[in-house]
Structure formats: structure tokens, C-alpha cells
Design a binder for this molecule. Structure first.
Ligand SMILES: [Zn+2]
Length: 473
């Protein structure tokens, strides 16, 4: 495999090495299902979906595990506030996330484990870490002793002393006491009224970090290929996942990938988040933006760059995607039945761009170059070359989940195309009838109304038989 990806721990782009040839084990930190998904959540999903699809297009089997954090402080707090059971809120929001992922064609993961369904594995992992002398119980809590971890801070590139100096955390946790401010909870003793599960340390629930270490091992084994998530998770979440998994004697992730966040226009680079009160809900965006345009807008930047969300970004995406759609629509119409010649779009350039740390901007540049070349072939009537170019462009679009024909049929011109064809055919017949009656005013009026709808009629001559075909202006 020729895919090279930036590795946060190595701080360089390096080949993605696989433990088992032909198979990738990928763990993605999923959502905490506390509230409806916003655009930032969906950017994460789209960026990692491009990775997922490129791995599949490269001929690999992908085992993608994306967890759901369905019990946590925020869920318990919000549910209590609204008088809804915590588990009902979590289930409702899990459905909202699934709907948002589906709306932009994010492929489902191989496994989607929930924290509440993984408690036995989590308790067993905490026990193992305690037995190995890296964690201690205090007041019903269990803490990881960070000073026992060799290399702590290595993933996020921080020195232990500097971290300690910058940690203002008071040295007590949920109910117990920490020996060091950097120590973090693997298990939290239950407070009155909170959900809890039995454990050797009394009733309680898992800390946030430990859940991912346990679920990754459950589904991918003690050592696996790739761990991904947002750059805001590098510290402390992923640093702590790595630390505790090492304490358990696990090899854990061999490669770490982090994507950039969505920032808010005019917010001075501030990230979009519910807690900052600046989030835009996916369901609100989709009332005015087509889902394929949202997918384009969220996926067009390089995954490691921050992505600024603004009306202009959406307008740019609509224009760029519109150019692709128009080309695919017109070229499909023009090349039906045409033999394939030589493509003017280069799959090799597209593949090289994605193999180089998922260079989506470069890959999209190859797509748009193919569209421009294709439009020129269409204008020149070079149908065999156009058919081949269209095929290559659509193959590229499929990897990005942007193919207007196969992937975005409903309401996007794809599934509607036969309907439009039938309606245009009626109009064309009406125009032909008017011409036969020498009613030129009526014939021109039909053509003008089609033009006003963005449909251009072109007279054709196939094997000596005159006809009419239509295309989008
Ligand atoms: Zn995680």
C-alpha cells in the first residue's frame, strides 16, 4: 500500500504500516451523545469518511470502530435538567447523530460500541492496570498514577514537569483524592442519583478516557493500526488513552491521525462547540443547503487544516459542486451509447494526491481539471474522449462520495433526470407540433420557457435522422 499519513506521535508524514496485510484496524473517537450534532461533528465524520473510502478504494478490508459515549457528566446533567431519563436522552441523540451521518453519506462503521454496553471490559481493564501497579483506588474512585508512566506527554509533545506546572487542577477528583494533579480517573464512584454499575471499588461508572482503551481492544485487539480523532482530543484524551493502555501492557495504536476543527467566521479562529454557544446544527443547515453541497463544503479542505464555516464557504461549495453536476449531467446525456476513447482526466494524479496524506484539495483540483477538459470535449463533440473522461471523473467523485448520478440521485438531478427527460420530451413535442403548424411564435415560446428554466435544446442529426437533445445551461 502506498498511503502515507501524518502521524501525530512521530510528527511526520510516514507510510501507514499494517499489522496484517490487506486489513486496516481503525479506531475513531465517536460522539458524546448529549445534544444534536453540529457542523463541527459532521466535518470530523466527513474527513474520516474520505479516509475510510480511500482505504476501501485501495483494495483494503477496513475494520472501523467508532464508539458512542452514552453516559457521562454532561448527559446526566442535561437529562436531569429537562426531566428526561439520561438513557432516553442518549438514545435520542444517538439517533440524531446517525441521521446526520447518513444525510451526507458517511459510511457506517464496522462496529459502534457504546460505553453502557462495554462496562465488563472497562472494569476488567481497570483491574488489570491496578494489578500492574499503575493505578490506585481512593474513596471509591480509581486514578491512573501518571508518574508511573514512561513517556507520558509523548503523543502531545509535552514535558511532564511543564504539564504539571500548567495543571491548575486541584488534587481531588470525583469523590476521592489524587496523589498528583495530573492523575486522572479511570473509574468514578457513584454520587447519589447517578447511574452506576457494580465494581471491585464499589458502584460507579467509567472515566471518559478508559472507555476508548477498552472498546478498541474489544474490537481491534491489544495492538492495532490507526487511531483517529479531532486535534482537540490529542491532550488529554488520547495522551491518557495511550498511557493507560501501555500500563495494561497493550501495544495500542501504531499510528495517530488528527483532523482540524471547524472555526466560526469572525470568531478569531474560535472552534465551533456547543459549550461556546456558537454551534450551527446540522439539521438547521440542511433546511437551506443541499446535503451533497454540505458534504463538499466540509470535505474540500485538507483534513488537518481548520475549516472556517461561513455563508461564503457554503456559496463557494455550491458553485464548485454545481460545475461538477452540470458537467456530469450534460456529458452523460451526450455520451449515451458512445464508445469510450482516451480520458483527459488522470486517475493516477488523483490517487497520488490522496496517497500523499489525503491531499483532497489536490485531488479535487484533478477532478475540476477533468471537468474543464470534459466541457471542452463536449463543445468540440469529441464523444469517445468525453465518455472516457466522464468515466474517470465519476470514479474519482465516487471516492469522495460526490457522484451526482450514483450517490446523490434524489432531488439532485440524478433520480430526477428521467422525470426531467420525460417533461422535456413533452415540451419538445409541443414545439415540433407548433413548427409543423408553422406557428413560429408558439414554437419560440416553448423554447424560451425551457431556456428560462436553464434547459437548452440542441437540434441533432443521428444517422440522417433529425432529433433534439437537451442540456443544462
Ligand atoms: Zn476516545
Amino acid at each position: 500500500m502506498s498511503l502515507r499519513l501524518y502521524d501525530t506521535r512521530a510528527r511526520s508524514v510516514r507510510p501507514l504500516a499494517l499489522q496484517q496485510p490487506g486489513r486496516v484496524g481503525l479506531y475513531v473517537c465517536g460522539p458524546t451523545v448529549q445534544a444534536r450534532p453540529h457542523v463541527g461533528h459532521l466535518r470530523s465524520a466527513v474527513a474520516l469518511d474520505v479516509l475510510h473510502r480511500w482505504l476501501l478504494a485501495s483494495g483494503l478490508q477496513v475494520v472501523l470502530v467508532r464508539n458512542v459515549t452514552d453516559v457521562d457528566d454532561k448527559i446526566i446533567h442535561d437529562a436531569g435538567h429537562d426531566g428526561e431519563p439520561w438513557w432516553a436522552l442518549a438514545t435520542r441523540m444517538t439517533r440524531a447523530f446517525t441521521a446526520a451521518y447518513d444525510s451526507v453519506q458517511v459510511l457506517p462503521p464496522t462496529a459502534e460500541p457504546r460505553v453502557t454496553g462495554s462496562i465488563p471490559s472497562i472494569v476488567a481493564l481497570v483491574e488489570r492496570i491496578v494489578e500492574r501497579g499503575h493505578a490506585y483506588a481512593s474513596g471509591g474512585d480509581v486514578y491512573l498514577s501518571v508518574r508511573t508512566v514512561k513517556g507520558y506527554g509523548e503523543l502531545s509533545g509535552q514535558e511532564l514537569d511543564a504539564l504539571r506546572a500548567s495543571t491548575r487542577a486541584v488534587a481531588h477528583g470525583h469523590t476521592g483524592h489524587k496523589r498528583d494533579p495530573l492523575d486522572f480517573a479511570l473509574w468514578k464512584a457513584a454520587k447519589p442519583g447517578e447511574p452506576s454499575w457494580p465494581s471491585p471499588w464499589g458502584p460507579g461508572r467509567p472515566g471518559w478516557h478508559i472507555e476508548c482503551s477498552a472498546m478498541a481492544v474489544d474490537h481491534l485487539g491489544e495492538s492495532f493500526d490507526l487511531h483517529a480523532g479531532g486535534v482537540d482530543l490529542v491532550f488529554p484524551h488520547h495522551e491518557n488513552e495511550l498511557a493507560q493502555s501501555r500500563c495494561a501492557g497493550h501495544g495500542f495504536a501504531q499510528h495517530w491521525l488528527h483532523h482540524g476543527l471547524v472555526t466560526v467566521a469572525g470568531g478569531g479562529g474560535e472552534k465551533m462547540s456547543k459549550s461556546l454557544g456558537n454551534s450551527t446544527l446540522v439539521e438547521d443547515v440542511l433546511t437551506t443547503v443541499r446535503p451533497q453541497v454540505l458534504r463538499y463544503a466540509l470535505g474540500a479542505a485538507h483534513y488537518r487544516s481548520p475549516l472556517e464555516w461561513s455563508p461564503q464557504a457554503v456559496a463557494d461549495a455550491e458553485a464548485a459542486y454545481g460545475r461538477i453536476e452540470t458537467f456530469v449531467r450534460n456529458a452523460t446525456q451526450a455520451t449515451t451509447g458512445a464508445p469510450a476513447g482516451e480520458s483527459k482526466a488522470s486517475w493516477d494524479e488523483f490517487a497520488a494526491a490522496l496517497d500523499d496524506d489525503l491531499g483532497v484539495p489536490q485531488a479535487l483540483a484533478v477532478v475540476h481539471a477533468g471537468v474543464r477538459a470534459g466541457n471542452a470535449l463536449l463543445a468540440a463533440g469529441e464523444l469517445p474522449a468525453l465518455a472516457a473522461t466522464l468515466g474517470q471523473v465519476r470514479r474519482m467523485l465516487a471516492v469522495l462520495a460526490l457522484d451526482p448520478v450514483e450517490q446523490w440521485p434524489a432531488g439532485s438531478g440524478g433520480q430526477l433526470a428521467p422525470v426531467v427527460d420525460a417533461l422535456v420530451a413533452i415540451a419538445v413535442e409541443a414545439r415540433a407540433d407548433a413548427r409543423a403548424r408553422k406557428d413560429w411564435a408558439r414554437a419560440d415560446a416553448v423554447r424560451d420557457r425551457l431556456n428560462a428554466s436553464g434547459i437548452v435544446l440542441e437540434d441533432t442529426m443521428v444517422d440522417g435522422v433529425p432529433g433534439v437533445r437537451w442540456r443544462l445551461a
